[in-house]
Design a protein around this ligand. Structure first.
Ligand SMILES: [Cu+2]
Length: 582
């Protein structure tokens, strides 16, 4: 820790100038500028001389106090002044509260305030971001066909928007900065009017620096209750859980870059699992209870494969509503931003674990203690029944035509790595050859379950890692620039996740609320169980065909939902025109 006294730092403006200059010094990990004591504290590997030189360049003389005791945290004049973008300071922050469920009727209004919180994770307390002080933010429970008004007040220190993931809403409330709205600056406000045409599980998160803000805790769920009474089979209880991971280093969240997205190769994999915002959540249940788990993968990059050993599990829903055929499963795979709705029947007494399994290891996500008391009423009989969704059975009747049709659009996923700048980076004693070969290894299923190249990944940023979509429709080979559809039409999209690019890996491809899609086939094999989706996980080397039902006019985005990939080029926008009035 370097501590420097800066007597000339006398205003918030000075703090900003000083912070901006020092944060550019190589090796600076965290930075805390304190106006009350006129000191700057810097952690990381930055040289003392480099910090004072940066101060001098900004016109501030430094008065070194290195080695003297830490300045007192007592402050004159209110809360600490900290204008670094991604501060780690928890002084004076409210402790994160439990996530609320907000039951909203048609026309209701609510206030959503993203802002910093102190979040306790086991033995450490870290600075994170929460909506209304909680991680995840409040779960919004709404009715299908209703509309609510959400006032967003930005209490964070970076620009924000709110994207309502999976909802087919009005384009102007989609939350895409500079395309559908101006960013909400720190201290600013914006009002969204959001609609819920489809039942199911959705979520909300910012659409600016998702690599930072999603990692720091800005996400929350929306459960849209169906109009149709028996849309879902009966269950005793709903358990809404976000699945996330967080990268901690030395008791702090691993640093972000102010100016570019780091971990741009693999995306940021965490080393701590956060289930519903907690490191070790625990539930109790009664014997024979049917628990409905509403799962959302809110991680930056990690794919989850979730099961409950010893309990029976039935898949009932996906991204947007129920599945064509309910199915008993041992696990469900969720790429970033995908959702699954599963019913779990537990028989007790005993201990069960909701766990994430990779080919090499198991991560406990939540504990379930089942008592000897029998759940009333019994739902065993209903649980045994596997139902079908008539609207999707109807879709399948028309599937052959779409399966046989040539794709309307072909999109290839390609990575280019610029390794030329790697010499200048602090790569430690990294074995480049080893890491390079590890990069191309997965378990043979096309999914990177872990980050096996942490050192290189950290050094890859949006400047040297280029993720691209290439429009390969009928002989083209350029980024998709002119995609245009009409509301009411259906379009067949083919996505090719190329094996022969610089860094092949899985990608969760997400399309904003212009419509929703069905997966038609994977590598030519017809999808056995249909469900409406907004995100599809494409393993390495796979070709996926989608039937995109285009319904909402506007300018819409499509992108990879690995936050770091999106910010390194894996995004584009397309236009949907209003249907002509006949
Ligand atoms: Cu990606």
């Amino acid at each position: 820790m370097i501590v420097v006294r800066v007597p000339a730092m006398q205003s918030r403006r000075d703090v900003r100038a000083v912070s901006a200059r020092i944060s550019d010094v190589p090796g600076v990990r965290t930075l805390r500028a304190d106006l009350a004591t006129r000191t700057v504290q810097v952690s990381g590997s930055a040289a003392h001389a480099a910090v004072t030189a940066a101060l001098a360049a900004a016109g501030y003389a430094a008065d070194p106090v290195d080695g003297t005791p830490h300045p007192s945290p007592t402050r004159i004049g209110g809360p600490p002044v900290d204008t670094t973008l991604f501060s780690t300071d928890i002084t004076g922050l409210p402790e994160a509260v439990r996530s609320d469920v907000m039951d909203l009727d048609d026309g209701d209004e609510l206030l959503l305030r993203p802002g910093p919180v102190a979040k306790r994770l086991g033995d450490v307390t870290v600075r994170m971001l929460g909506y209304n002080g909680s991680i995840p933010g409040p779960t919004l429970k709404v009715r299908q066909g209703s509309e609510v008004v959400v006032h967003v007040a930005n209490d964070t220190d970076l620009d924000t928007t709110v994207h309502w993931h999976g909802l087919r809403l009005e384009n102007r409330f989609d939350g895409v900065p500079h395309e559908t709205q101006a960013p909400i600056p720190p201290g600013g406000e914006f009002t969204y009017r959001i609609q819920f045409p489809d039942p199911g599980l959705y979520w909300y998160h910012p659409h600016i620096r998702e690599d930072v803000t999603q990692e720091l805790g800005l996400y929350g769920n929306i459960v849209v209750e169906p109009t149709e009474p028996d849309y879902w089979p009966p269950a005793h209880r709903d358990v809404v859980l976000t699945l996330d991971d967080l990268l901690l280093e030395d008791g702090l969240i691993a640093p972000f870059s102010r100016t570019e997205t780091n971990y741009a190769a693999m995306g940021r994999y965490g080393n701590v699992m956060l289930t519903g915002g907690e490191t070790a959540p625990a539930f109790t249940a009664q014997s024979g209870e049917v628990l409905r788990f509403w799962l959302t993968n809110t991680a930056n990059s990690r794919v989850f494969r979730v099961g409950v050993p010893g309990a029976r599990m039935k898949l009932v829903g996906g991204d947007s509503g129920r599945v064509e055929h309910e199915l008993f499963v041992s696990e469900v795979v969720l790429g970033p931003s995908e959702r699954a709705v599963v019913d779990v029947l537990v028989d007790g007494p005993g201990e069960f674990t909701l766990e994430h399994r990779t080919p090499d290891r198991r991560y406990p996500l939540a504990g379930i203690t089942v008592t000897g008391h029998a759940a009333e009423p019994s739902m065993r009989q209903e649980f045994e029944r596997l139902r079908s969704a008539p609207e999707l059975v109807e879709e399948r009747r028309h599937l052959d035509r779409w399966l046989a049709a040539p794709p309307d659009k072909v999109l290839a996923i390609v990575a280019t790595m610029d390794m030329s700048g790697m010499d200048d980076m602090d790569m430690g004693d990294m074995d480049m050859g080893h890491e390079m070969s590890a990069m191309h290894g997965d378990a043979g299923d096309g999914i990177e379950w872990e980050d096996h190249m942490v050192e290189m990944n950290r050094a890859m940023t949006s400047t040297n890692m280029h993720w691209q979509f290439l429009d390969r429709t009928s002989g083209r080979n350029a980024p998709p620039a002119d995609w245009r559809f009409t509301a009411g039409e259906r379009v067949k999209l083919r996505l090719v996740n190329e094996k022969n690019s610089d860094h092949p890996m899985h990608h969760p491809f997400h399309i904003h609320g212009a419509g929703r899609f069905l997966v038609l086939s994977r590598d030519g094999v017809t999808e056995p169980n249909l469900v409406w989706k907004d995100t599809v996980l494409i393993p390495t080397g796979q070709t996926v065909d989608l039937l995109f039902d285009v319904t909402n006019p506007g300018l819409w985005m499509a992108h990879c939902h690995i936050a770091e990939h999106m910010h390194s080029g894996m995004m584009f926008s397309f236009t949907v025109d209003r249907a002509a009035i006949s």
